[in-house]
Design a protein around this ligand. Sequence first.
Ligand code: ADP
Ligand code: MG
Length: 705
Amino acid sequence: MIECPWQCLEKIPELGQTLSCLKGIGPKRSRLLAKRGLHTVLDLLYFFPVQYEDRTRSLDIGRAEDRDQAWVSGTVVNARENLFPGSRKRLFRVVIEDDTGRIDLVWFHYRKPHLLTVAAKGSSLLAFGRIQVKGRQKQMIHPQILPHDPGNKKKHLGINPVYPPLEGIPQRTISAMVREALRLYGDSIQDPLPPSIRQSGAFMDLPCALRQIHLPPPQSPVQELNAGRTPGHIRLQFDLAFKIMLNLLFRKAVRKQRQIPSLKVPPDLKVQFEKFLPFSLTQGQHTAIRDILHDFRAPYPMSRLIQGDVGCGKTVVAALAAYVAVHNKKQAAFMAPTQVLAAQHRDFFRDFSSDAGFKPALLTSALTVTERKKIYREIETGRVNVIIGTQALLQEALSFSDLGLVIIDEQHRFGVNQRALLDRKGNQPHLLIMSATPIPRTLGMTLYGDMDISTIRDLPAGRLPVVTRLVGKRSKVKVFQFLKRRLQAGQQALVVCPVIDAAEDQDMKNAKEMAEKLRALLGLLYRVELIHGRLPSAVKDKIMEEFRSGRINVLVSTTVIEVGVHVPNATVMIIEQPDRFGLAQLHQLRGRIGRGPIQGVCILMLPAHITDRAKQRLEILTRSNDGFEIAQKDLEMRGQGETLGTRQAGLGERDLMNAFENPVLLMAAREEAGKIVREDPGLTQRSHRPLRDLLEPEWKKPLEI
Ligand code: ADP
Ligand code: MG
């Protein structure tokens, strides 16, 4: 279910009524509906089908073939319950026949009195379902049945919307309720989308869109309905895309209007900072730093995304930003997705010469109450100035003495809302986000539409790119010998499996078994440990820490090690069933190794039965080390078809994502939202007023001033 973005509709009396105003909805059903968040007529109109069933075909029984989905009709020649001797199982079988043949209709769950009435011997029956042919016998399991009314031959033919299941309310009743709501109140809907926008995108008006989604006319193309691509679907997707774009652009506009004193950036500050580094910066780092310094000098808060492949050196760039903040006597908060990463960043800041002025503190949920209180005090009094932590930074009780900069590492693990939360902790702090996930352009426009973006495209010089090899089952022994040689040389290895244990999926290599096998083979000389997402985070952190410090030689894992951890001595990665992962994900994974001076090797163990296509896809990784290129190729190879084929249609949350995949719609939404923000930022024009509904509460405020 999606929420109706237009609150003004709820204020229209007819639409705001509770559902008990509809025929057939008494207190009991009201309660059942309320459980799923359906209270008003409007809620019901925004309760969308997830799928559509083509019920436009009817067949003669004799011509029905296996797997056909269609109506059949005939006279009941037999209807009775069958009991299985010796068990409590039972079934109900109705046999109908027409001039061409016979078919069995079978139920395992049923209400006997109902079937006995509707399917009385000699009566005429319509049944819809999937036909199964076994030898000369045809049957339908759990068909939908209707009494056949010969006077009205076509009434049952049509497209049947399938709604998300509602406990205690059958599909037929849901359809009937929605139909009734549309019939009685459909005309009360006044489309809140300004006519100018509706016209420029040729969007269907809202009442028509809702009708098309709930009551598609019989001749509608079922595929388009199921792909969420009818004009009705597109209109509602537009509303959602438009809402997001409008908010992002408001956020961007409001940020640029906020006046804050700019930070002092003396001309030699960057050179000073570079003196603390044991290496010289890459071109990409230089550029990103220049962008940041430019932002700091502006009289409004920075909001910048630094994206760059794993290992390109984003942390140093963040450190420069923190350096500027600290030199302006402000604090920087640095949020990392895991405790291990937070600890790693703390070490990074601690290792700077004290002349740099960093006074780092680590704040995680693993602290005792006393420790935490102590650190809280140090933060509040300004005795520490770089505060590194996990979500623990978002704690209500934590207050900063003067928070000037918020840095968020590996953003994709945090929600957009958390970003806003931290924002509120300071006095309009500057915001820097770092991400190694190459973001496709459309997604960049949506998730980060309110931000400026810097991209680091190069890796530090002298870095040996990880060598990636596809290896078949036959070379298993060789791989093992290679692993042993590397371990003998004092290096560490990671082995990645797609699932944790057999319970999760029988057919996949699981990490638990793999760890046991490797322990049996290597356990005398080397320490083999297992890490996965179901372990408590304290245990995970301990294992990661031991791996980082070299006390664990081989770490078997699921994808939990995907993000940012830096273990220079880990030089081998073996990935089982790599075809189960996305290319971008594999690229992230292999980014964990080869971060030191020794050549990293990533071995992709191909399963015995792999399609050529899947193999070709993986070969991309052997040729390229450029995360952006890989993400792009991956997208091209998977193509539209596959993404559409696997998804269920309708307008659930996933369809919102589908709206994100539709660049044309997104661009249109962005353009229309842009026009409004530029021309009428107060949303004072009469036709723009309903748009206030779409704004998040935080942007409504500045409008009212
Ligand atoms: P990521 O962008 O994945 O967060 P890090 O910031 O963790 O990468 O950097 C990876 C490694 O590269 C670190 O050990 C860091 O010290 C090193 N590094 C960063 N920049 C440079 C550079 N310009 N030259 C050499 N090494 C660098
Ligand atoms: Mg990093």
